[in-house]
Design a protein around this ligand. Structure first.
Ligand code: BES
Ligand code: MN
Length: 455
């Protein structure tokens, strides 16, 4: 049976790739209003796939934001486990477009990789779960009950998903939720993620004069908002890379010696980090190794800033305003809403009288720790061992996935976090790609996992 499913998957490699390309052609960017019709199209595309592999009750369910695609198959009976398969059909914006070698929405294979926005994060992972189930169904071997939740707001913080889950929680009860949005360490180092950071995202606007001014006529008498914003931002870290917001570290859970040893044992080096990022040197809290700084320490980042004249050539101007997008990655037990208040308190204290400012909280997601020993974890570990010839590493990751905490909180369901995205896949960056050999291995791994669960 297992062999039959694997054979089906290998036989249909090209079809799977073709369908992934079709999915990738839909520019389902969740943050942009102009892509709203594409969001709907992507949801419909996923729904059609679920129907196509024999799922029941497939439905595009409205939320207060973008819709959730639901489907289920409860044919394995009450005594069999129920797996909730999570995914997101939305993607990040593509800018700066000029840095892409090919069109982000016309997927192209170059060497071992498929290039397109969303290929790794996470349309490729969604297709991997769908195709693994398809192979198991076609081989007549599905022995677990399935539920699907494919959402469209992950890349903007899953803002409306929490209340949606709360409202429909019986629909999402399951033994665990398979979430392939977390990725692995490298093409030959599989991993299961046991923790994710949370996120608090804010926008800070600083206003000075009522209009852009001649910098010769007024410079030296009016506080430049771009400079004031830069000063405020600078005040948010000390010289050692520690964040200076009042009370910021109060709730940060300390790492035990055992946890620190586990971080130390993970593969990966400073050199690799430098290579992957192209940065000239590393930065951050020196008393923690990079894996700890990514997995278990909070950050404050400037995602972007804008002010004044940024066109070609020069213009002598004192801008009227400046804006920065500021976010904090959070760790247990920090509360995003409280961190927003801390940011506000910091700005209140440091903002000079020469400017006005406005701070808006765009979205929040809590940090999560998940169960690292349950039927799902065991089934997936065994599957990795069979397909990759080695046990997965267990590690905490730096990204955020809103649904993980929401499912714990509102439905009591824990997530099994993994997937086949690689750290050098350029997620959120130009030339995002999917490593195809890893993707195909991933489909095999999920097939094994479903069989491991069903016996
Ligand atoms: N796939 C990522 C999350 C991720 C990244 C998990 C790296 C583990 C390692 C996900 O699609 C993502 O990017 N999420 C956003 C969420 C945010 C907008 C709340 C993120 O982390 O920036
Ligand atoms: Mn992402």
């Amino acid at each position: 049976m297992l062999e039959k499913a694997i054979e089906y998957a290998h036989h249909h490699k090209d079809d799977f790739l073709f369908q992934l390309k079709e999915f990738l052609a839909i520019p389902s960017i969740s943050t942009l209003d102009e892509n709203k019709p594409d969001i709907q199209r992507a949801a419909e595309w996923v729904a059609a796939q679920l129907r196509g592999i024999g799922m029941h009750n497939v439905d595009i369910m409205p939320t207060r934001g973008h819709p959730v695609v639901y489907g289920d198959w409860m044919g394995a009976g009450d005594s069999a486990p129920t797996v909730l398969i999570y995914g997101h059909y939305d993607v990040q914006p593509v800018d700066p477009l000029e840095l892409w070698t090919t069109d982000p929405f016309i997927a192209e294979v170059r060497g071992d990789n498929l290039y397109a926005r969303g290929s790794s994060d996470m349309k490729g992972q969604v297709i991997a779960s769908i195709k693994a189930v398809e192979a198991v169904v076609k081989a007549g071997g599905l022995r677990v009950n399935l539920k699907w939740m494919i959402e469209g707001e992950e890349e903007i913080g899953s803002e409306h998903l929490g209340e949606f889950i709360k409202e429909h929680k019986e629909k999402f009860f399951a033994d665990f939720c398979l979430n392939a949005d977390a990725g692995i360490i490298s093409a030959d180092e599989p991993a299961i993620t046991t923790g994710l950071r949370g996120l608090m995202y804010a926008e800070l606007k600083v206003y000075g004069p009522s209009k852009d001014l001649h910098s010769g006529l007024f410079g030296g008498t009016i506080h430049n908002p771009a400079q004031a914003l830069a000063e405020l931002i600078t005040s948010m870290h000390d010289k050692n890379g520690k964040i200076t917001l009042p009370g910021f570290y109060d709730k940060v859970r300390k790492l035990s010696n055992k946890e620190r040893l586990e971080f130390k044992r993970l593969p990966g080096s400073n050199k690799e980090l430098l290579q992957m990022t192209g940065a000239p040197a590393l930065w951050g809290e020196a008393q923690f190794i990079p894996a700890e700084r990514i997995g278990a320490r909070p950050t404050l980042e400037i995602n972007g800033m804008i002010s004044g004249f940024i066109g070609q050539g020069s213009k002598t101007v004192l801008p009227a305003w400046a804006m920065a997008k500021i976010s904090c990655r959070l760790v247990p037990d920090q509360d995003p809403e409280q961190v927003f208040k801390q940011l506000k308190a910091h700005i209140k204290k440091h903002a000079p009288k020469t400017i006005k400012w406005e701070l808006t909280n765009l979205h929040n997601a809590g940090a999560a720790l998940v169960d690292s020993d349950n039927i799902g974890v065991r089934a997936l570990s065994k599957a990795f061992e069979s397909v990759w010839g080695k046990k997965p590493h267990f590690r905490r990751e730096g990204g955020s996935i809103g649904v993980v905490v929401q499912l714990q909180k509102f439905a009591g369901v824990d997530s099994l976090l993994s997937g086949f995205g690689l750290p050098d896949d350029n997620a959120h960056s130009p030339n995002e790609k999917l490593h195809l050999p890893t993707w195909y291995r991933g489909i095999d791994t999920f097939i094994h996992m479903f069989y491991n669960l069903g016996v």
